[in-house]
Write a protein that binds this ligand. Structure first.
Ligand code: NAP
Length: 284
């Protein structure tokens, strides 16, 4: 499978802080010297990135709120593709996380619930749809292209204190596998990054942030593991304690999804195949 080293121009959404920011800087330092477009809502963070790293001429900034309405997203995508026709990778590191206690439903803010799902899932899938015509066209011309999705360990086993976050990441996890098997034939390579609990600004407002800090994975370490997976061209990059969880619950699923798609296509061609056979667990 092609790797991040093949990438000439990457857009990273959610690069104003945390993992997205660190990955943007690591990718900028690759020997292949790609153009890196960093994206997020906070203009002052984008300005700081531009003034610290823009001197290379390869770090570009772009302000975008991915929860914008579809027509705003559509024109943002067409502006990006027009400005950067070489764009061959899009990474979605944007995300929000909220605690919801369903034993006290009166405390649940439905706007926040909906925004979490939109940010972590619906807007991502909308943007994927909007970027795909460009990526598929480039892929068909022989250039490998990439979609990098950042899910979470909680996509596999839910964190019950963040049920909607876990569900949004589980949706992204399933989408990522389905798109990986559909799009590989178009030379569009879908990669899922699955972080554990990682040092993050996301936790700054929590009263127990300092306790979390005693066992979260340092951001540099998470970035290092992610880069190793990106350079190796792994289709899924489970990091730290997510690796054994992935081994137990996810290993083999991509191959099974591929088999189920093949069975589905045989049936559509009129060749009867038992669709259920793809779901059977491996016996060896
Ligand atoms: N840290 C963890 O423990 C952990 C664990 C599992 C998975 N993850 C996932 O890893 C990814 C990175 O998390 P992180 O820890 O690096 O968090 P972070 O530091 O809070 O970064 C989140 C990024 O998302 C961007 N963002 C949020 N809402 C946005 C919107 N509406 N439009 C555009 N950008 C938006 C933020 O930029 P602006 O505010 O400037 O828009 C920021 O750059 C997320 O998808 C997160 O869910 C994190």
């Amino acid at each position: 499978m092609p790797t991040i080293n093949n990438c000439r121009c990457i857009l990273i959404i959610g690069a104003t802080s945390g993992l997205g920011r660190k990955l943007a800087l690591s990718i900028l330092s690759l020997p292949s010297r790609p153009i890196v477009i960093v994206c997020g809502r906070r203009q002052e963070r984008l300005d700081e990135l531009a003034s610290s790293y823009g001197g290379s001429g390869r770090l570009k900034t772009m302000r975008l709120d991915i929860t914008a309405d579809p027509s705003t997203l559509r024109s943002a995508v067409s502006n990006i593709v027009r400005a950067y026709p070489d764009l061959d990778a899009v990474m979605f590191s944007s995300g929000v996380q909220h605690y919801f206690d369903f034993t006290r439903p009166e405390t649940i803010n439905l706007d926040l619930l909906s925004n979490e799902l939109t940010t972590n899932y619906t807007s991502v899938v909308n943007l994927i749809v909007l970027f795909l015509p460009h990526l598929i066209k480039l892929g068909s011309s022989g250039r490998p292209t990439f979609l990098y999705l950042v899910s979470a360990g909680m996509a596999i086993i839910p964190g019950a204190w963040v049920p909607n976050f876990s569900a949004s990441k589980a949706a992204l996890h399933n989408l990522s596998m389905a798109l990986a098997v559909q799009l590989r034939r178009k030379n569009v390579h879908v990669v899922e990054i699955m972080p554990p609990l990682v040092e993050s600004e996301m936790y700054n407002r929590l009263p127990h942030r300092d306790r979390l800090a005693t066992f979260w994975m340092p951001l540099d370490e998470c970035t290092k593991h992610t880069m190793a997976g990106l350079v190796a061209g792994a289709p899924q990059i489970p990091i730290g304690m997510v690796a054994p969880v992935h081994q137990k619950y996810v290993a083999g699923k991509l191959e099974a999804a591929s088999k189920i798609l093949q069975n589905h296509e045989e049936n559509r061609k009129g060749n009867p195949v038992n669709m259920n056979s793809g779901f059977m667990p491996r016996t060896h």
